[in-house]
Design a protein. Sequence first.
Length: 530
Amino acid sequence: MGAKREVELKLELAKAGQQKLKGAPAPEGFAAERAVTRTLRSIYFDTPDQALRKAKWSLRVRRVGRKWVQTVKAGTGVTGGMSRPREAEVEVAGPAPDLTLILEPSMREGLWQLIDGQPLAPVFETAMRRTIRIFTRESDGSTIEMALDAGEIVAGEKRQALFEAELELKSGDPAALFELAGRLPALAGARFSRLSKAGRGYALAGGEQPLAGPVNATEASLAADTAIGPAFCAILLSCMDQIAGNRDAVLDSDAPEGPHQLRVGLRRLRSALKVHHPLLDPGTRKELDAAARDLALAVGDLRDLDVLVDEIVEPAMAVARLGPDTALLDDAGLVRRVEAARLAARRSLREQLSGPAVNELLFRLGALAHGAGWREGEEDGKEDAAGDTTVGAFAVEALEKRWKSAARLAARMDELTLEERHDLRKELKKLRYAVEFFRSAWPARKVKPFLARLKTLQDVFGYLNDVVMAGKLAGMIAAVGSRPQVGPQVETALAAGFVLGWHEARAARAFENARTLWDETKRARRFWRD
């Protein structure tokens, strides 16, 4: 068998969720065959220095009934729950691999080069009870295989239980895979897998603990002559991966970087939807933007409190503790009050992230990234040809539009209200995200200076906005003033007043710096105009 490109969605869910999926009726618009269950034993091989793992390849031999099937996969990473490896399968005589039987030349030669004469040995095994259901979308015949795996990974004396659902497109439209996932209620609370079975097995064998950590944005590498349609899909998948990964980071850790990166991912998504609106059905864009906005508001509540504690209260109180009147300031009481609010916000956000809204958004994004919800036909009597535009041409227009939106507000910088300063900050963010989306279409030497100025300017306005948040401290004190266990209210109010006054003095200097930075940015060469 030659190499083929798989399209898989990998999800982690509890055993109870698997049981529901086994007998669930086919959702509307789909037909389903009866479930079939079988036992699978898979042995994964690698070289002593794990050359295959390092190259994101995997080699396994699997017992299927009375047969042994060898599978080579190239590109085994998981992004936003999605896996798209190249794969080559062939039947072999027994549990040992036989590389001479690989029919696809590029896969066979690539594997030989990676191994480089080293011996292959088993690294770990998986033992699974796999239940398979085949779903067919009635509108076009697209076929999806749902595999429910329940079992364990074994590496020497180490064992790890695994319950997973894999949806693999067997034929037809990839968007059908996400449509099916969104219509199966048992998947509403499932987590997107961050690791393949091979990734989990290697981690177990090496004694690693692959805990969920913050996921930064990955920039799509887009040539200027790339069609904007595929480019937008790559940007969407990047946003999807950042949102899914940081959902796990918030659920698994109290570290502030998880909420920060989750909010960044949601903001990038909203910016991407706005920038690429000519490609999209207006109703689809509006619904997705609203879903991302609602989630971002919940994330923002926690992120704002993280900033309030770590970047507003703590730095100011560190200065206050060095002064002569420190005994008059109940800094511990102030921190406890803000921490109480942060704890409540984290609890509320985790409840929301464990509900169906996040997966509903992610499944819809996955479908959108594969063509569902795009603008069709004509609008206002004119054919919409935006999808045929190149990245270079599309980006010039998009960046110019974002620049003008920011420049209109910045021209009135001295007159801006606090709310308008916040609006300017948001416009600068939108411009920065647009630059980052399309930066690979220009030489780095042209983009970096402009982007560096933009980031610095955005940081200054970010600090000014954080100082505005410090005004919330008085309200927090009043809200819990009847609870004596959190500290004397007068001393706590004095501490809050010190924090606000200290930052307001620094904010005045920061605003002067913002004026200078904007003048420099305005005079800087705008790379997209070259």
